[in-house]
Write a protein that binds this ligand. Sequence first.
Ligand SMILES: [Ca+2]
Ligand SMILES: [Ca+2]
Ligand SMILES: [Ca+2]
Ligand SMILES: [Ca+2]
Length: 599
Amino acid sequence: MVISRSRRSTVTANYAKLFALSLFLPLSAILAADRPASAYEPPLLLARQDRGPQALNLAGVYMVRDLDPNLTGSGVTIAVISRSTTYVQGQPQNDYRPALNHNCFANTKFNFYDYGLFPPGDSTHCTAVCSILFGQDPDADYQDLGQFSYEGAAPQAKADIYEFWYFLTNNVFAGSPPDARIITAGLGTPFEDWWTRGIEALAERFGITVVAGIGNGCSACDPVLYPGAGANAIGVGVISSLKNKDTSTTLSRFSRPCPLHSSQGPTADDRCKPDIVAPGNCLVAGHNEPNAYQPAGDWSSFATPVVAGAAALLVQKANETPSLSPALSPQGGNCVIKAVLLNSAAKLPFWHKGLLSKDDDHTVPLDYIQGAGSLDAAAAYKQLTAGQYPPGDCPAVGWDLNNLNLSKTPANTYKIKPAELHGKIIAVTACWNKHYNTVYPFNPLPEKDVDLRLELWAVDANNPDKVLLDYSDSIADNIEHLWCKTDPNYTEYEIVVSYAAPDDAGQPDQTPPYSIAWNVTDEPDKDNPLWYDLNDDDVVNDADIGIMMDNIIAAIENPKSYLLGDINCDGSIDTNDLQLLLDHTNAPPDQSNTFAETL
Ligand SMILES: [Ca+2]
Ligand SMILES: [Ca+2]
Ligand SMILES: [Ca+2]
Ligand SMILES: [Ca+2]
């Protein structure tokens, strides 16, 4: 292999860094052939080319529909909040609607809510969002992909499209909920405002699931955006496409969310955000031609309808299954949907709680970039349909919607016996709503809020002493999350949700409804190339080694920065991780040929 001048200088620079770090690793390892990251594709990444957008396939939405073909969004209303594209002297010009002449909307049941002061116009943004949610076109065609069936996440859902300012004045200000179980918005503001709190209040008062984009990261100069950053909403971040010149690859293969493209938490008041991430680069309906499709790009606005569409399928299932009806309850139904989506989310490589170090793992429930992880709609479907169980003996997968009472039941215990213990993780998520005043300016009511705590105990039937394996107790979040390895010495586990400070006179006698979801899942797959392909270019080579070494230094200089590279998940980035990366850069000789083609 001929090494170009630029590549040779990269390699030289990497050697210099190695020397600076006084590393003891054998330098010969770095001379190993590059390894194509594409050599491995986990099952979820395998594309079904006959339907799209592929982002919905990756997020498990099509798998849900395969598991339960009845789930199309039928009977579910989704309220889409859409901003007018044009403003004149601060006045929205009513161009907020999807392009109704597009083929994929031929059968969509749209209703529109606006002031009607100007003739309605189309919005490119709303056209894209609505195609991800409601689109249906069996004869879709796109240049690199050929013919395929375009299927939005919930094509038979009722689509209620609200002009943003109309929604704010008619619904939020008036405290009047839309006739919908789901509100979704691909917009936001960096600061909490009366209307973002008003949306929080709607979620709390009526149990409506609010799904909103978290913002587009440093490159768009965005901090986390409200209402997605609000305590009662589900804030959605975006997973980046793999870097590749081939559009069909960027539309079907994704890596991780990165701070450049997906805004990172925590919020100003130290809460974890986002809550969940999803791919956003969907093929979406074009604005001008009835049969045109185009890639949406890696924006959280388009990851948001992927999550909202998955939530719509869960709501439909709950609509049609009486035993799942608590998921629709005005008193905390949104918490059930949130707990189910977050607890079933797939951890992407390098997921960790809060900062890289483990010091904060008990007090920070989620990852500041990934939230609870990547949407896995099929796992969420299984989590929801596993059913509700009251405290006591429970199956290994389930959920509950319940209350605590300071004097009668200050704690609830859910006992599980996983069938398998080796290489397993017990995942538990609890969430509840924060309180807001019901009238403008919808101020928070912290005196009514509760602080809960989540614990996981290992139990030995022959020994009265239980072992506390893990706990999650944030003082700021209204969510707690556990992601804990099973201990093969124990077959029984107790999940305890309790008041964090039962002796605190400020805690309410009765908690608001909390939802808890638990399941037993597999440990992260260390063969996933995304552990080693640090720059998302689909190849593991010395560019990744360079990033690893930069990050080793940066982690020392700024422990609070969000950095990739803790491959062995011990809470630090160091030479042990570098060795693991070098091990995976060392490919068999026949794969070095594939490398040339991959580039
Ligand atoms: Ca941490
Ligand atoms: Ca807590
Ligand atoms: Ca790479
Ligand atoms: Ca490490």
